[in-house]
Design a protein around this ligand. Structure first.
Ligand SMILES: N[C@@H](CCC(=O)N[C@@H](CS)C(=O)NCC(=O)O)C(=O)O
Length: 207
């Protein structure tokens, strides 16, 4: 299998973390591309977005949540009974809910960053304020929800939230968003995992 990814993409990082946590890294070759310029990607994924996973039979799977679900099932079918998505009930809903929050924060962060690079005449203050509010309110919700994101029992939601928080730091190294100390301590513990060390955000080689 092949995974198209970009090193600046939080959705890609989420999938790259999950595949390592599931022990699938030997079965998937990771291919670094720029989704904005890589024409081949569109042949697989009409949206031309990363991450995109190409299965052995050539089928393309896209949307990071769908890819994570596929990888979780694959790992379970080949002997990893634990997986990263609990199979039923409140634990499952909890993991998917946190993934949803983190994905929304990643989208807001990406949009706000892109807007901040535009000419002033080309941006909407209203939209930028809304993205800022989504990011800061998301951080507040994470602080309140830390008991559901226990470092000893991480799940897809835990990994997604961690990637989302580091994406904020990657885009604004000046730390303009207020991430409380308790959340920072949690990030520090979680980021000791190999899956995080191996997938650190960085600019494209040409950037
Ligand atoms: N909802 C999608 C979001 C994927 C996404 O927005 N990827 C961005 C990079 S972070 C991308 O490929 N952008 C290129 C484009 O929009 O053309 C997912 O979860 O995979």
């Amino acid at each position: 299998m092949q995974l198209y990814y970009s090193p600046t993409s939080p959705f890609s990082r989420k999938v790259r973390v999950v595949l390592r946590e599931l022990g699938l890294e030997k079965q998937i070759s990771e291919i670094l591309i720029d989704p904005w310029t890589d024409d081949a990607l569109r042949a697989h994924n009409p949206l031309s977005k990363v991450p995109t996973l190409i299965l052995e039979d050539g089928m393309a799977v896209f949307e990071s949540a769908v890819i994570c679900d596929y990888l979780d099932q694959l790992a379970r079918s080949t002997g990893n009974a634990h997986g990263v998505i609990p199979q039923e009930g409140v634990p499952r809903l909890n993991a998917l809910k946190w993934q949803g929050l983190a994905d929304g924060m990643m989208t807001a962060t990406g949009r706000l960053f892109a807007d901040s690079k535009r000419d002033e005449s080309d941006r909407s203050q209203f939209v930028m304020e809304r993205q800022t509010q989504a990011i800061q309110s998301g951080i507040d919700a994470i602080l309140d929800g830390l008991p559901q994101l226990r470092t000893e029992d991480p799940h897809l939601g835990t990994y997604s939230v961690l990637v989302g928080l580091y994406y904020i730091d990657f885009r604004w190294p000046d730390r303009r968003f207020d991430i409380p100390v308790r959340v920072r301590d949690w990030m520090a513990i979680m980021s000791e995992r190999e899956s995080f060390a191996e997938t650190v955000f960085h600019l494209m080689p040409t950037q």
